[in-house]
Design a protein around this ligand. Sequence first.
Ligand SMILES: [Zn+2]
Length: 186
Amino acid sequence: MDRASDFGSEGWGFESSRVYKLIFTYLPMLFSEKDYQFMYAALSEAEKALDEDEVPIGAVIVHNDRIIGRGYNQTESLNDSTAHAEMIALTAASNHLQSKFLDECKLYVTVEPCIMCAGAIMTSRIKDIYFGAFEPKFGACGSRLNLIENNPYNIKINIYSGIYSEESKHLLKSFFEKKRNITGSD
Ligand SMILES: [Zn+2]
């Protein structure tokens, strides 16, 4: 388990790999049973995307321990490059609360958000992001970029990663393997 916001580790001042190992051992305790439940719900959303031949990423937004918004990637079916799981979940949650601000909500998403979604999350005032797998190519919350932590607007958002990361990666892998096989047989 890892925590994106601590990935640079400079701020923590840990030099010994032994200490680092200890942190990695104890980090799973950061996540509660509910966190796993909500990420599981996000994974179920990602499975819907997989069933519809979309890149399988899913998201849920939680308010007072209840899911108030769900979404899965629908960029192909909607012909809309903005139809990422997080964006759809944000809109659903805002509709539910009848509020453009979601400052008492948490976002659970199976894959590290991209720059667009990171921007939308900041705009929505969500305070906690939980994500499963890192996205080394387009991730904007700790891997390729860390837009959230390095934002110039003094917006403070906590980022936690690693819940069901293997499961999240597995879904992506199945999708891209399937795609490769189809392309290969043409
Ligand atoms: Zn995105």
